[in-house]
Design a protein around this ligand. Structure first.
Ligand SMILES: Nc1ncnc2c1ncn2[C@@H]1O[C@H](COP(=O)(O)OP(=O)(O)OP(=O)(O)O)[C@@H](O)[C@H]1O
Ligand SMILES: [Mg+2]
Length: 291
């Protein structure tokens, strides 16, 4: 599958410009992490791709066909987890998935497919429980299960790991990674670890504009020489004033140990290798300076 977005703009009725001239090309197989602050435009972009929203201008094509007018083509190949999804509270987990399977027009051994996804998402013990009785993380897992049902070619997951405990987060990362071997998986997240551990492509968006599109390694490379650690009680004020960002502050026997990112760092400072989170913060800092 191949998706091309050209000059995509989205202006909501309120006048809010949520996407500004977005150009992206996606090709399977890939696992893409979509990252950006609250209100950046991540969900808007995803809603356009799943045809829940029509862009104000620009085009999206899927396998060479315009998405607008050919919605059915993508709907047959799509699994989608919306950020705020409503579940049918009165249905059991199994019955809900059975219902979704019918909506998707799932072919083959439907029962077996549903049982497998229940197993993969660790919901066996909740198979016959009403959705209303599940915890937040368990509901989220049902949401992921319904998106992955039927092994869709395009999987769009809007903050799939929200509310999951660390063990489940790792389980799902592995599932997404495995699933992406023959499809396009796009997941939005605020958790840099999610991206670092599985994504081969990272797209950073802020205020409707794509700031970065590339491998996580490339983003890290861009931040080399811009990350350092230093110790000092009064550093915090100086650092903020001079346009550095503090990414961590750890109390040690020698005093507070700061980790900082900045365009120009003070002389004699202890440079360290950037983590992906540092690199993301550095990118955001550069945008703030520009603004
Ligand atoms: N239906 C709407 N009407 C008007 N403005 C909207 C609507 N939906 C979103 N917006 C605005 O568009 C911008 C982008 O929103 P969007 O939901 O795409 O952000 P996001 O990156 O998904 O954020 P978050 O990380 O908080 O989920 C925000 O400023 C938001 O307030
Ligand atoms: Mg969102």
């Amino acid at each position: 599958m191949e998706i091309h977005m050209s000059n995509l703009c989205m202006v909501y009725k309120t006048g809010k410009e949520a996407l500004k001239n977005v150009n992206l090309q996606l090709k399977s197989p890939s696992l893409i992490g979509l990252v950006g602050p609250n209100g950046a435009g991540k969900s808007t972009l995803m809603k356009i791709l799943v045809t829940r929203l029509l862009q104000t201008s620009g085009t999206v094509t899927v396998d060479g066909q315009k998405l607008y007018g050919n919605e059915k083509y993508i709907k047959n190949k799509l699994g989608y987890l919306p950020q705020d999804f409503g579940l049918y509270d009165e249905l059991t987990v199994y019955n809900f998935l059975d219902y979704i399977a019918a909506l998707k027009g799932l072919e083959g051994d439907k029962k077996n497919i549903i049982e497998n996804i229940i197993l993969d998402t660790n919901l066996m013990d909740k198979r016959n429980s009403k959705i209303s009785t599940l915890s937040g993380g368990q509901k989220q897992r049902v949401g992921i299960a319904q998106a992955m049902l039927g092994n869709p070619e395009l999987l769009i997951l809007d903050e799939p790991t929200v509310g999951l405990d660390p063990e489940e987060r790792i389980n799902f990362r592995n599932m997404f990674s495995k699933a992406s071997s023959n499809k396009i998986v796009i997941l939005s997240t605020h958790i840099i670890d999610d991206v670092e551990s599985i994504c081969n492509r990272l797209i950073v968006i802020d205020k409707g504009t794509i700031l970065f599109d590339g491998t996580p390694e490339k983003l890290i490379k861009n931040a080399e020489g811009h990350v350092a650690t230093c110790i000092g009680e009064s550093m915090a004020d100086i650092l903020v004033e001079k346009n550095f960002k503090i990414t961590s502050r750890i109390s040690t026997a020698k005093g507070l140990n700061y980790r900082i990112v900045g365009e120009v760092l003070p002389d004699g400072i202890n440079l360290v290798s950037p983590s992906l989170e540092d690199a993301y913060m550095f990118l955001m800092l550069k945008e703030e300076v520009k603004a």
